[in-house]
Design a protein around this ligand. Structure first.
Ligand code: ATP
Length: 353
């Protein structure tokens, strides 16, 4: 597998906005760009597709410098949120379109269209007009059309955003299964953290035209290097603390009364944010790290969301399972962190955002 299949090093300037990005995507990888509205995801995708030109930098696709190559010649498939299907063509006509442009002989075109209709299980829709399709069916056709000419790279910009939650989840799973089976390299844009975490082999978290972190879903969720990444990807407690190193590991001080040790850990002494996810804060029968009053209690169906005001002035977010039956507001709770779960984010990493 070529680890540098797609190499991107670009800068793009608009009035009041600058995008600077540098990363590589491996051959056959499912890579997502995720971040809030306006962070530059679509601009980056448009640069890769050739719909926009970078002010500086270059884009290498499978060893080929495509920076100055027209979008049509880049061998890239595109899928957008609004499907962008041709309304005057049938389903088969839409899927065939890219093959006609590439002047494939008619027999080969027909065979490829049949193959894609079967792959997406839409054989029954073959002769339908686009207006006669549901949103989910349209997106299947859009995907089949993009994949028909066997592109080197598939770019998808919020493809499921217009669909209902149920169909979105189903299409997401289908897309991932198909991508794993056929191995097409994919860049997927979304502003939904859940979608990015569940789909991607790796993802880049973006903010204000910059990539804040790149990693696997587990890496960016469990080991964020920045408080923005921690909070964008889910609920997080971020607690200011001081770290000292000892022979056995490190000690973390929240205030004079609360000291937490992490044996075996190595970290430079200094000021940090301790990041702990709500699911890793636990009620304990042993010596608690914090004690606090339960001030918020929300039933989630599969458990409870809690906020606990600690004696040292923190508001800790946590979630518990259904088994916690005796939770009532005002109750005092002894709390600790799941072993190995807290992560330290250097305070210095927070500047410039
Ligand atoms: P969303 O999730 O809302 O689609 P995004 O992360 O995809 O957002 P972009 O569409 O890439 O963000 O836009 C990034 C910034 O660049 C925005 O501030 C936008 O206004 C600006 N921008 C995008 N295209 C142009 C353009 N052609 N001319 C000027 N500014 C632009």
């Amino acid at each position: 597998m070529n680890k540098d299949y797609l190499q991107i090093e670009v800068e793009k300037n608009y009035p009041g906005f600058q995008l600077v990005a540098e990363f590589t995507v491996s051959e056959g990888e499912f890579f997502s760009l995720v971040g809030p509205s306006g962070c530059g995801k679509t601009t980056l995708l448009r640069l890769i597709s050739g719909l926009e030109q970078p002010d500086r930098g270059r884009i290498i696709l499978d060893g080929w410098d495509v920076t100055a190559v027209s979008p049509a010649d880049r061998k890239i498939g595109l899928v957008f949120q609004d499907y962008a299907l041709f309304p005057h063509l049938t389903v088969a006509g839409n899927i065939e379109y890219g093959l006609k442009v590439r002047r494939l002989p008619v027999e080969q075109r027909r065979a490829r269209v049949e193959e894609l209709l079967a792959l997406f299980e839409i054989e029954g829709l073959k002769n339908r007009n686009i207006q006669e399709l549901s949103g989910g069916e349209r997106q299947r056709v859009a995907l089949a059309r993009a994949l028909a000419p066997q592109p080197c790279l598939l770019l998808m910009d919020e493809p499921f955003a217009a669909l209902d939650y149920g169909i979105r989840r189903r299409l997401r799973r289908e897309l991932r299964e198909l991508q794993e089976r056929l191995g097409f390299t994919t860049i997927f844009v979304t502003h939904q953290q859940e979608e990015a975490l569940s789909l991607s082999a790796r993802l880049a978290v973006m903010k204000n035209g910059r990539i804040m972190q790149i990693g696997t879903a587990a890496e960016v969720y469990c080991n964020p290097v920045h408080s923005f990444v921690a909070e964008f990807l889910g609920d997080a407690n971020l607690i200011p603390c001081e770290v000292q190193s000892t022979d056995a590991g490190i000690t973390i001080t929240f205030d004079e009364a609360t000291v937490f040790t992490m044996p075996g850990s190595k970290q430079k002494p200094g000021s940090y944010l301790l990041m702990i996810r709500p699911e890793d804060v636990m009620i304990t029968d042993h010596t608690p790290l914090f004690t606090g009053e339960l001030v918020t209690l929300e039933y989630l169906g599969h458990g409870y969301y809690l906020e606990v005001k600690t004696t040292n002035g923190l508001l800790l977010k946590m979630v518990t399972g259904k088994e916690e039956q005796e939770l009532v507001k005002g109750r005092w709770l002894p709390l600790t962190f799941r072993s190995g779960a807290p992560k330290l984010i250097p305070i210095k990493a927070q500047v410039s955002t």
